[in-house]
Design a protein around this ligand. Structure first.
Ligand code: GLV
Ligand code: GLV
Length: 322
């Protein structure tokens, strides 16, 4: 009997086709609507492999239900949507898609730095709303990126890719990471500093660390007080790292100059969120890795991880936890 696979969202046909020779495949056929929880719980009962997205919570309940499950393949680099330690306890392999989305996500992070510093979205709206009457000396003035100080929290692959971009803009680069990375410091010419010092000195603070309960609301009221009033916060990691209520107040009270956000505490963000009423916030619908080529590569790796494991081999990119 062929192994069974469930895919929680419509994926590109070329990727889907790779499964059909080796497995019986079922898929939630919608592209824009996540699979309802009750259906997911039903579908996982008899499967050997699960291909899921960051929109699905793969917790103890789901894993217990899937008694034959061998692999959970997340089509994302982040895996905070999966209870990895429980999966491990049950002997279920968890995989993610590192590496292929590094440059694409660093590109978007840099785009948010530029969009916020130079008020790109606000300026575009100004023109479209018919407010552009004349050229004026201090009209829509922003902040320089060239030569400014960038503080990167989380010096993984994406952090390093961002630092390489920032070099081209002659930025002064600070970083904070749980483990100091001397090799990377030397190679990129970046400076390690403690968390508080980074917040105090940076003109841009970029969050590029994985989410876990330990970093929940890492950036909140106290951190905004430490940051410069002219600083810009960029979050392309996970929404839960920032206390959004505190962020709103900091922006509103002039304790922070602007924020560029690709991720939110709850996604999709509630359109009533006060953050969306502020002109100095640029918000994007979690598109960090969204280039055609990268999303295809992510789907490809996610598929290959399942195929390898169901053929009795080793996964390409297993998530390792202590
Ligand atoms: C997207 O946020 C990812 O983790 O790949
Ligand atoms: C993610 O791939 C990271 O290491 O930053």
């Amino acid at each position: 009997m062929k192994p069974k696979i469930y895919i929680t969202r419509k994926i590109p046909q070329v990727i889907y086709d790779q499964f059909t020779e080796i497995a019986d495949v079922r898929m939630w056929e919608e592209a824009e609507i996540p699979v309802p929880r009750e259906i997911l719980l039903q579908e996982v009962r008899a499967i050997d492999g699960l291909l899921c997205l960051l929109t699905e919570t793969i917790d103890e309940e789901v894993i217990r239900q899937a008694t034959k499950l061998k692999i959970i393949s997340n089509m994302a680099v982040g895996f905070n949507n999966i209870d990895v330690s429980f999966a491990k306890k049950q002997g279920v392999i968890v995989t993610n898609t590192p590496g292929v989305l590094t440059e694409t996500t660093a590109d978007l992070t840099f785009a948010l730095m530029m969009a916020t510093a130079r008020r790109i979205v606000e300026a575009s709206d100004y023109l479209r709303n018919g407010e552009w009457k004349t050229w004026s000396p201090m009209q829509l003035t922003g902040r320089d990126i060239y030569g400014a100080t960038l503080g990167i929290i989380g010096m993984g692959r994406i952090g390093q890719a961002l630092a390489r971009r920032a070099k081209g803009f002659k930025m002064n680069i600070l970083y904070y990471n749980r483990a100091r990375k001397l090799e990377v410091e030397k190679e990129l010419g970046i400076e390690y500093c403690d968390f508080e010092t980074l917040l105090r000195r940076s003109d841009f603070v970029s969050l590029l660390l994985p989410y876990s309960s330990e970093v929940h609301h890492l950036i909140g009221e106290n951190e905004f007080k430490l940051m410069k009033e002219t600083a810009i916060l960029i979050n392309t990691a996970r929404g839960g790292i920032v206390d959004e209520t505190a962020l709103y107040h900091a922006l509103k009270n002039g304790e922070l100059w602007a924020a560029g956000l690709d991720v939110f505490e709850s996604e999709p963000i509630d359109l009533e969120s006060p953050l969306l009423s502020l002109p100095n916030v640029v918000t994007l619908p979690h598109i960090g890795s969204a280039s055609e080529a990268t999303r295809l590569k992510m789907a490809e790796i996610a598929a290959n991880n399942i195929i390898q494991v169901l053929k009795g081999g080793q996964p390409l990119t297993p998530v390792k936890i202590k």
